[in-house]
Design a protein around this ligand. Structure first.
Ligand code: C2E
Ligand code: CA
Ligand code: CA
Ligand code: CA
Length: 277
């Protein structure tokens, strides 16, 4: 009973927090922000655990609010999704990320770029063509692009999203399943979707070396990924203990504050030069 009370209090506080931010950042403010170029992408390195080499970055959008300063995506992505602005937002983020990635490639840094998609983006079959046109006109290849889809957003009726994901896969985009372990996708769904990368959620990464339960969950996820022949990224690598734990687990890639915080795109080349283990 005590647990129930705590849980319901926690849920209530969670809901009201979301409510407050929804009120604060409404559709009008957000659509104006997109038009006025108040969004900015930051990029967080993804590195090989075996060598420490950066192979790609993840694009994380922020809103440079004229009064409130830097606003993080947890405060406006839901608004974008519920108010029909997520296609505009995704296109803004994608175009910006493609321009930036083209620049890195021209500088001799041939890294891949990951962009977060919302399940709402996967509602119109034209989406696959829009994305591939954008990539081609930026002078990049689909195989340079990783599309991250959050596991908790996988739906019961996946027919249309599945068709779009399959089209993207046929065009040679890389598909990544994000926040793995936090949703309820069944193995059947995963087998049907041609994902090549699985990102183990940070709640099963940081501190797993010192927690038998987290370790067991981590190992279970890892085994599943291996059976499905997916590359594994661990997110939320916050300290050297996390890093060493992952190296012992033959995980492929790591991402987290221990390696680098998300940063403006122009800082990536200097970070790459100075980073060592
Ligand atoms: P995500 O895709 O799971 O991204 C990882 C989040 O964890 C990012 O938060 C990142 O800054 C944070 N993070 C990175 N390393 C560490 C670490 O070592 N420890 C901890 N505790 N956190 C770490 P951020 O940037 O606030 O983004 C939050 C979420 O917003 C993202 O979660 C993603 O779901 C969503 N998001 C971000 N950009 C976009 C976008 O362009 N489109 C869509 N649809 N969603 C986005
Ligand atoms: Ca992500
Ligand atoms: Ca994630
Ligand atoms: Ca997340």
């Amino acid at each position: 009973d005590e647990l129930k009370t705590i849980l319901s209090q926690w849920q209530t506080s969670g809901t009201s927090a979301i409510h407050v931010s929804n009120k604060k950042y409404d559709a009008l403010a957000l659509s104006a922000a997109i038009l006025k170029n108040q969004l900015v992408n930051h990029y967080q390195p993804k590195v090989l655990l075996a060598t420490g080499r950066m192979v790609g970055v993840e694009t994380l959008v922020r809103w440079q609010h004229p009064e409130d300063g830097m606003v993080y995506p947890d405060q406006f992505i839901e608004v974008a999704e519920s108010e029909g602005l997520i296609d505009d937002l995704t296109h803004w983020v994608l175009h910006e990320a493609l321009q930036q990635t083209r620049e890195w490639h021209l500088m001799g840094l041939p890294i891949k770029v990951a962009v977060n998609l919302s399940m709402n983006n996967l509602a119109t079959p034209a989406f696959a063509d829009l994305v591939s046109q954008a990539v081609a006109s930026a002078g990049l290849k689909p195989s340079d692009i990783v599309l991250e889809i959050t596991e908790s957003q996988l739906k019961a009726d996946m027919r249309v999203p599945l068709e779009i994901l399959t089209r993207l896969r046929l065009k040679r985009f890389r598909l990544s399943i994000d926040d793995f372990g936090t949703g309820y996708s069944s193995l059947v769904q995963l087998r049907d979707i041609p994902f090549e990368e699985l990102k183990i959620d940070k709640s099963f990464v940081h501190g797993s070396h010192a927690n038998a339960t987290l370790e067991a969950i981590f190992d279970g996820n890892m085994r599943m990924a291996r059976q499905l022949e997916m590359d594994v990224v661990a997110e939320g690598v916050e300290d050297r203990d996390d890093w060493n734990f992952l190296r012992g687990r033959q995980c492929d890639l790591a991402q987290g504050y221990f390696i680098a915080r998300p940063m403006p795109g122009h800082q990536i080349p200097d970070w790459e030069k100075s980073w060592n283990l």
